[in-house]
Design a protein around this ligand. Structure first.
Ligand code: SF4
Ligand code: SF4
Length: 81
């Protein structure tokens, strides 16, 4: 099971992870990113790479090529919906 944590002291509220996550895991609350739908996370680590504050941590993620294929499929689906 994937566990997501946000370092609230480090998060600058830029919202990049909110926009970037294809599974809509995050929302901004009071200027801080909150993983409101952690059960949706597929472990692509895209948010981890994009966060300028290095405020995100994922436990239980084992990246593979499959994850990167999945993220592209999700992006295409989100564009159509
Ligand atoms: S990308 Fe990083 S700094 Fe920006 S809102 Fe998300 S957790 Fe915070
Ligand atoms: S690892 Fe991927 S699916 Fe999980 S929260 Fe980050 S961007 Fe979203």
């Amino acid at each position: 099971m994937i566990e997501i944590s946000v370092d609230a002291a480090a998060c600058n509220g830029c919202g990049l992870c909110v926009k970037d996550c294809p599974m809509r895991v995050y929302e901004l609350k009071d200027g801080v990113s909150v993983p409101v739908r952690p059960e949706n996370c597929m472990g692509c680590l895209s948010c981890h790479e994009i966060c300028p504050a290095q405020a995100l941590e994922h436990r239980g993620v084992y990246p593979s090529k499959r994850h990167y294929i999945d993220i592209r499929v999700c992006e295409m689906i989100n564009r159509v919906l």
